[in-house]
Design a protein around this ligand. Structure first.
Ligand SMILES: *Cc1c(COP(=O)(O)O)cnc(C)c1O
Length: 366
């Protein structure tokens, strides 16, 4: 194929909705509603409905959402928070920014999600919370993690950055933990035209605290109850998100269609796919496969004009930023295996059937 097929291409989607988004931007501009304001509030309302939660709070990015979730739970220096070793690093940043310590546990060898069986051994008297990540768009084992959290009196938080619209046992993710943290980075399933993030919760006290924390610790203008942050969502971002949210169910459906074709039509023993337990309904933010010689497969695909991604090449516990925590190779073998063998196939709603045919055909010939 002459055409290059990347892991993700944002152009098609943004061409489709350009007119509608530009008209909304004009309204934001006319109202000079650039920071927070009615366009953000309108999105928050719709997003809470979408997740089936009482509240949604828009913030400036997903990393801030994680940091604010930790702060709203009162987590800080001296505390520990358990997270999976294979995730985007921001899951750990949210913990570290508060002065608390991320404790990395291994991922399940088949679902690649946080392995509930590894959590209890990592719990200490300092443990305050577990952040489960709905990795690659697929819900983690919420019931198992929640049972452990209940037993040990820990908070459960969802890192839902990759999973807007995913469902667990028929219910939208975002409504299971104390809070759920979302990223609306442009490359996510629901991405703003700009940087943005958000949280959902059913807890009014957390909701009110989060509103204050994101806005300089204010409840009354220029009266600051605590050290707060400037983590508001912008109006242009809010307006673009309201528009994209309308299309998200269709875009997710198309991703699921493509995933189904990959699962059913790629017939190659050299590749392994993410296990899909019943009731864990993925929105396929990424379609990751593993293979024995990843670099060889990458080279083969690149030669055929297919350009997969790597999510992620180094697990969190072995990142240079965390050397001071003293982890070593072998501590989280499944996460390490994934890092060394994973490869993300092209996955976005605008892939044509011919693109998908081609990717499948090339992989079947590998
Ligand atoms: C993208 C992402 C984040 C961070 O979101 P930003 O908006 O980029 O700050 C956090 N966690 C996971 C799992 C992510 O994929």
């Amino acid at each position: 194929m002459e055409k290059k097929i990347p892991c993700l291409d944002l152009k098609g989607q943004h061409q489709q909705i350009k007119q509608e988004v530009f008209e909304a931007f004009e309204k934001v501009y006319e109202n000079t509603a650039f920071s927070g304001g009615p366009f953000v509030e309108a999105f928050e309302k719709k997003f809470a409905e979408f997740c089936g939660t009482q509240y949604a709070i828009g913030v400036d990015n997903g990393t801030s959402a994680l940091q604010l979730a930790m702060l709203a739970l009162g987590i800080g220096a001296g505390d520990e928070v358990i997270i999976p070793a294979n995730t985007f690093i921001a899951t750990a940043w949210g913990v570290s920014y508060t002065g608390a310590t991320p404790v990395f546990v291994d991922n399940d060898p088949d679902t690649w999600e946080i392995d509930p069986a590894k959590i209890e051994a990592a719990i200490t008297p300092k443990t305050k919370a577990v952040i489960g990540v709905h990795l690659y768009g697929q819900p983690f084992d919420i019931d198992a993690v929640q049972a452990i959290c209940k037993k040990h009196n820990l908070f459960m938080i969802e890192d839902a950055a990759q999973a807007q619209g995913a469902q667990y046992k028929g219910k939208p993710i975002g409504s299971f933990g104390e809070m759920a943290c979302f990223s609306f980075y442009p490359g996510k399933n629901l991405g703003a035209c700009g940087e943005a993030g958000g949280l959902t919760t059913n807890n009014e006290a957390y909701y009110k605290h989060l509103l204050s924390l994101r806005n300089h610790g204010m409840t009354v203008r220029y009266y600051h109850d605590e050290v707060g942050f400037n983590m508001r969502m912008g109006g242009l971002e809010g307006a673009s998100l309201s528009i994209k949210l309308k299309y998200l169910p269709d875009w997710n459906k198309r991703r699921q269609e493509i995933a189904k074709r990959y699962q059913e039509e790629i017939k190659n023993d050299k590749l392994k796919m993410q296990a899909r337990p019943a009731g864990h309904c993925s929105v396929y933010h990424l379609f990751v496969v593993t293979t024995a010689d990843r670099d060889h497969l990458m080279k083969y695909l690149n030669e055929k004009n297919i350009f997969p991604g790597l999510h992620y090449p180094v697990p969190c516990h072995l990142q240079k930023a965390y050397t001071h925590l003293g982890y070593k190779e072998g501590d989280c073998p499944n996460a390490e295996y994934l890092a060394a063998h994973c490869l993300s196939l092209p996955m976005y709603a605008e892939l044509t059937d011919a693109d998908v045919d081609y990717v499948i055909d090339v992989l079947n010939k590998y």
